[in-house]
Design a protein around this ligand. Sequence first.
Ligand code: NAD
Ligand code: UGA
Length: 461
Amino acid sequence: MSGAKFSKNILCIGAGYVGGPTMAVIAAKCPQYKVTVVDINAARINAWNSDNLPIYEPGLLDVVKQARGRNLFFSTDVDAAIKEAQIIFVSVNTPTKTFGEGAGKAADLQYWELTARNIVKVAAENKIIIEKSTLPVKTAEAMGRILNANEKGIKFEVLSNPEFLAEGTAISDLEKPDRVLIGSQLTPEGIKARNEVVEIYANWVPKENILTSNIWSSELSKLVANAFLAQRISSINSISALCEKTDANVSEVSRAIGMDTRIGNKFLSSSVGFGGSCFQKDILNLVYICQSYGLTEVADYWERVVLMNEYQKRRFVQNMLKVMFNTVAGKKIALFGFAFKADTGDTRESPAIDVAKQLIEEHAKVVITDPQALNNARIDLADYADKIEFAADPYEAAKGAHAIAVMTEWKEYKTLDYKRIFSSMERPAFIFDGRNILNHEELFNMGFNVFPLGQPNHKHF
Ligand code: NAD
Ligand code: UGA
């Protein structure tokens, strides 16, 4: 694995949802660089080296296969890879802290700091260290201090290059990003390092889409981008509740406001709630940062986005209960989808987790089906193993059920044979469409009682 035939050795520490796809695309686009991805999780690395990748992402396997073994390598030998690299992306997890000061809000930076300390220990020459993980604004300051407090005379330049990919569309997001953001200190060394990273992306991203900024703006922009995206969902979800009271239709409202070019039409789909590993974590982190600067009003403002999301998930189950004659005890309920969105097997913070748990508390018999996320669902609900069933086949999941609740907007759920499903269910049969993806009129005509989100319901009683 000598790097001599390559013009640069790039390393990414952390082979997760971000590290793996991001580096696979860099390697595929830039055969002149050697790209290595390391992780302490050997099972994950083994999976990256197989055809059974550790994450499900459309198009990912093709990109990996294009470069793997040529200039893309997955390894657990973290130290050897650090020694060899000139540029190191760090993409380890930065979850919400669960203990001590800031528990439940602040980012847990222990994995990041451990990585930084290991880099200092192992490195023998100057390196560029890039924050790829999402981090609190000002982290680079602390990282710079840890890295540069070495007695070997090695200089580390810390840059911020947050990742904006969304799961399910990671490959197209990486191949054609709206923008790449690279922040640095505005010193000559900082700008020189930043230009080196610009050069990597310029292999396939148009220069005008590569933004450079000061490092603090870059760190903060990532948190703010996620906060704004999540805010749009909470805004439209809040309106869905009002629509249900007023016979307005939230999809019509979304369309009407989205055609105003100042508002724009994206991220206005009402849902059972946003999920995913980052929206809630990053907003809570933003809230914590604001609180720690004494900006209470700003913190409270952003916290409402998360609280509205909690309300939406709770409201969904309360509505099911009310409609199903105030009890679901002993009733079979099929959850269609468990992933936090379509085209991924990821279930982190999926609204389906909360919905399943609330239904179990109501003593419902929950059956979960999902085309990609059943393994993760089993792990998420391990504590309730005796109370839940899993069925790969949606027809099986719905058999004998009183209700179906659509949790994930998988395309395949739109084209199921609902007549067949209806005939296998208990009566009255209910559908709660937590994603508004089904044809409600048609389902009603088949005999279902249909309860969309933020839209008039269709019921036979
Ligand atoms: P992940 O949990 O899937 O992957 C992180 C990986 O880092 C894990 O495989 C873990 O084993 C590894 N790791 C932890 N400590 C390590 C160490 N000391 N040495 C080597 N490996 C180590 O996380 P992810 O979803 O890829 O997210 C990574 C970061 O990117 C987070 O900060 C997240 O907020 C951010 N982000 C995620 C997404 C996304 O879609 N998932 C998008 C943009 C940004
Ligand atoms: C999100 C951002 O879109 C990415 O830019 C960012 O890089 C990433 O978080 C991150 O930092 O991790 P992701 O969580 O993968 O990406 O997926 P999204 O498409 O943003 O969806 C998030 C949640 O919002 C999903 O549960 C989705 O179903 C929900 N959503 C999305 C809605 O309920 N309504 C919408 O209109 C859009």
